[in-house]
Design a protein. Structure first.
Length: 106
């Protein structure tokens, strides 16, 4: 199983094993990672799963589609590395992924 690191704004790290086939949001909520709510269950309609992807990782992920880009505009403190974690699928290719939780989302 790939490992994902979730970083809180103060640097506290949550390193979790991610089950293949889940979304990064589902991995976070199942592991009680704070600040990632996933209110809509992954339907891309709430933006409560917003994260900043580590700069080294951002370009290695599939790009956000139009719907995700639209929802990100309404996310808390969006930035150039923003993604909705419900739209990132767990595959072996994301082993070592690092994402940060926006301070305003905690
Ligand atoms: S869980 Fe609602 S947009 Fe991601």
């Amino acid at each position: 199983m790939p490992t994902i690191t979730f970083l809180e704004p103060d640097g506290k790290a949550h390193v979790v094993e991610a089950q293949l086939g889940l979304s990064v949001m589902e991995v976070a909520t199942r592991n009680d990672v704070p600040g990632i709510i996933g209110e809509c269950g992954g339907c891309c309609t709430c933006a409560t799963c917003h994260v900043y992807v580590d700069a080294d990782w951002y370009g290695r992920l599939e790009s956000a589609d139009e719907m995700e880009q639209g929802m990100l505009e309404g996310a808390v403190e969006p930035g150039p590395l923003s993604r909705l974690s419900c739209q990132i699928k767990v595959t072996d290719a994301i082993e070592g992924l690092v994402v940060s939780i926006p301070a305003g989302q905690l």
